[in-house]
Design a binder for this molecule. Structure first.
Ligand SMILES: C[S@@+](CC[C@H](N)C(=O)[O-])C[C@H]1O[C@@H](n2cnc3c(N)ncnc32)[C@H](O)[C@@H]1O
Length: 260
């Protein structure tokens, strides 16, 4: 699995330094865990985590659910290696390489969760529906992902320069509501991150392995990019549009209604 997809190659390459630069991801993991802590799960739940990376959310899961059996998965083997090292000593915690869009597990989970992995999926809705089919009755789906217009400042800067921004397009909250009518509570958050320059922002994405562009995007050369960004002045703010989805989806998509 290592190296077979550009997204996975990028995360594999970044795994050993990921946590030094993953402040927003750690923030989102904390927020997702705080929301989960308010929900009732069985005392010894079966949990599937998708796209676990180095285990930022996994650490919250073992703390919140000490009796749980947890399977933490990721497509990037180096990320899994880091996660294993970061979470050694937990008896009922297992790790496996798995593509979150091709689930190689049966059903019977009380919680399926992912922190900032869904935005890399080619069909996020389909992936969420596949998870829904693997939940026990009353089981929870809890995801954080990115929302429409994420990094609006970078999009605006590229538009002003006549450049393609290269970012992916993510489902709107309305689209999530359409696919999961009434059964997912949606909370949105804007998290600004400050960088010395626009180039530094791009480097920060690369440092966590999050630089793979949208499919079909033809990146301009580093030199051209530097020339275009010269004169931007110092300081660049890029705002994460974080979206938290939490619910107990029923098979019919008409599960318990929650207020975000
Ligand atoms: C931004 S990192 C988040 C990692 C971790 N959840 C965290 O909170 O730090 C995204 C993770 O999703 C994984 N990922 C991306 N696409 C995936 C896929 N199709 N299946 C499984 N994992 C995937 C990447 O390998 C990476 O570890």
């Amino acid at each position: 699995m290592k190296g077979s997809f550009p997204v996975t190659q990028a995360f594999d390459a970044a795994a050993s330094r990921y946590e030094q630069y993953a402040g927003p991801q750690a923030h989102a993991a904390g927020r997702l865990a705080a929301r989960l802590a308010e929900r009732a799960l069985p005392e010894a739940p079966r949990i599937l985590e998708i796209g676990c990376g180095t285990g930022l959310l996994t650490r919250h899961l073992v703390r919140l659910y000490p009796q749980a059996t947890i399977l933490a998965t990721d497509r990037a083997l180096s990320m899994l290696h880091e996660a294993r090292a970061n979470l050694s000593g937990h008896d009922r915690l297992g790790f496996a390489a798995m593509d979150g869009e091709r689930l190689a597990v049966g059903g019977g989970f009380d919680l399926i969760t992912a922190n900032l992995a869904w935005q890399w999926f080619s069909d996020p809705m389909q992936a969420a529906m596949a998870c829904r089919a693997r939940l026990n009755p009353g089981g929870w789906l809890a995801l954080s992902t990115l929302g429409e217009g994420n990094f609006a400042e970078w999009r605006a800067l590229c538009a002003a320069q006549g450049l393609a921004h290269g970012l992916r397009d993510y489902p709107s909250s309305a689209a999530w509501r359409h696919h999961f009518p009434a059964d997912l509570a949606i909370t949105e958050e804007r998290l600004p991150t400050a960088h010395p320059s626009a180039l530094a922002f791009l480097r920060a994405l690369r440092a966590i392995g999050a630089q793979a562009p949208a499919t079909g995007h033809r990146p301009v050369s580093a030199g051209t990019l530097r020339r275009l960004l010269r004169g931007q002045g110092s300081g660049f703010v890029a705002t994460y549009h974080l979206v938290y989805l939490l619910g107990r989806p029923s098979a019919e998509g008409l599960g318990q209604v929650e207020v975000g």
